[in-house]
Design a protein around this ligand. Structure first.
Ligand SMILES: Cc1cc2nc3c(=O)[nH]c(=O)nc-3n(C[C@H](O)[C@H](O)[C@H](O)COP(=O)(O)OP(=O)(O)OC[C@H]3O[C@@H](n4cnc5c(N)ncnc54)[C@H](O)[C@@H]3O)c2cc1C
Length: 409
């Protein structure tokens, strides 16, 4: 069959959901009548569970190039091994009638089926000053910018450093914990200080940290954060921010550096695609994860509600699970079989790193905390690398990441 006669199954967004869907489709499309096209604005996939390491990595341990080698995986490497066509390009528009998408560079791509897996953006909830003065942690550049700003502050500021982290979800907790050891180490090196002079505040609008996590994880995380010196401020709603102060409903708090990890929304591009969106700008999907005919949405950019009407959290097991279900349903449709509905689980496994080589693992069948939690986090990373890359690439990458991040502990 001529290549041009093949029909395209197009996946836009090569994060955890998009890459999983592409691999599953490529391995299931034995008929060769279909071409699996994976499109992403970046040439790499970002391994987000280690992003907190980038934001807290001293420059002398790893420069930005070394860090990018540890946390990004070239999409060409994934695609070439798995018979996937990778295109670097940014989605600009969708024409549902003609079943085509347009990329920012003007390229038109026809699709037989389309999977949207664009992830999310930081949600500042229109809080005055927040987007202007707070730093996010969503992508590789955010991590490097945070690290650089922190190092500059440590060099230049005398007295206690006031770091505030807004939002005590998993990202906020991991970051707050890692910042303590990062600042203390650099203060010793740069300023020859024996006493660590930093105050890290973790601010949360609701009454508890880690909303949606099991009470066991919350208790363990609270204890660990308190032990390493993070100030947990629950029921603390940020109402506005200026260059020096965070205003909450009760008080004004001085800060030197503010990180915002308080929520996500759907990527802005979704607003112009003509698909149904929820209040957070995520694509509303039915029980088959369909947003419209032959258009599926998975992972963070999708809004799936089951009978309980509770929105699903944004995490990797959900993005991957939805990717697998969508790939199966597309393959079933190709083979003339009926689709099967996606069913959300009650619980999802998660490993939360809380400073140095300590992590809290709640993987449904078993839960534990400490060094073995951290070790399991590394093994899960290896398992993922082995899923997307051949052994000869996965193993050296994994060893490199462990070496690079361990320099921080
Ligand atoms: C700092 C941090 C730490 C995290 N840690 C964990 C963790 O330990 N465990 C866990 O389960 N979850 C974690 N998460 C959440 C997890 O990363 C997400 O839930 C998951 O990545 C969602 O997968 P996805 O495929 O929906 O989107 P993503 O993995 O975000 O992928 C989206 C992709 O779409 C691409 N894209 C966006 N817009 C366009 C466009 N217009 N055109 C083309 N491409 C586009 C992006 O470049 C990206 O590659 C973390 C998130 C962050 C920010």
């Amino acid at each position: 069959m001529n290549i041009s006669e093949k029909k395209n199954i197009v996946i836009v967004g090569a994060g955890f959901g998009g890459v999983t869907a592409a691999i599953k489709l490529a391995s299931g499309c034995a008929s060769k009548k279909f071409k699996i096209m994976l499109i992403d604005k970046n040439p790499y996939q970002l391994y987000t569970p280690a992003l907190y390491e980038i934001a807290a990595m001293p420059h002398e341990n790893a420069n930005a190039v070394a860090l990018s080698h540890a946390i990004t995986i070239a999409l060409e490497d994934i695609a070439s091994e798995k018979h996937i066509d990778f295109i670097q390009g940014e989605l600009a528009s969708l024409n549902r009638e003609q079943k085509k998408i347009t990329l920012k560079n003007g390229a038109l791509v026809e699709y037989h089926s389309l999977i949207l897996a664009l992830g999310s953006e930081t949600n500042y909830f229109n809080i005055p000053g927040l987007a202007e003065f707070a730093l996010p942690l969503k992508n590789f550049n955010d991590g490097v910018i945070l690290r650089n700003k922190m190092e500059k502050l440590i060099r230049e500021k005398t007295g206690v450093l006031h770091i505030a982290v807004g939002g005590a979800g998993a990202t906020g907790v991991e970051l707050a914990a890692e910042f303590i050891s990062f600042v203390c180490r650099l203060q010793k090196i740069y300023n020859k200080e024996q006493v660590c002079r930093v105050e890290v505040s973790l601010m949360e609008a609701t009454g508890e940290i880690l909303q949606g996590f099991s009470p066991w994880v919350v208790k363990k995380a609270r204890l660990r954060l308190q032990q390493i010196g993070v100030h947990i401020k629950t029921n603390t709603r940020i109402v506005s921010v200026n260059a020096e102060e965070i205003k909450t409903e009760e008080e004004s708090i001085h800060y030197d550096l503010l990180v915002w990890a308080g929520g996500i929304s759907g990527p802005r591009i979704l607003q112009s695609l003509g698909l149904p969106l929820n209040k957070k700008g995520q694509i509303e999907v039915n029980q088959y994860l369909e947003a419209a005919e032959d258009i599926f949405a998975i992972g963070d950019n999708a809004s799936f509600t089951d009978q309980s009407q509770k929105p699903l959290p944004g995490n990797i097991p959900i993005a991957e699970g939805q990717a697998r279900k969508t790939a199966k349903n597309i393959l079933r449709a190709i083979n003339g079989q009926t689709k099967k509905p996606y069913r959300a689980r009650n619980k999802y496994p998660y490993i939360l790193a809380v400073g140095k080589k300590y992590a809290i693992a709640d993987i449904i069948v078993i839960r534990f905390a400490g060094f073995f939690g951290w070790l399991l986090k590394q093994l899960i990373e290896l398992r993922y690398f082995l899923f997307i890359l051949p052994l000869k690439k996965a193993l050296p990458l994994w060893i490199y990441t462990i070496k690079t991040y361990s320099a921080n502990d």
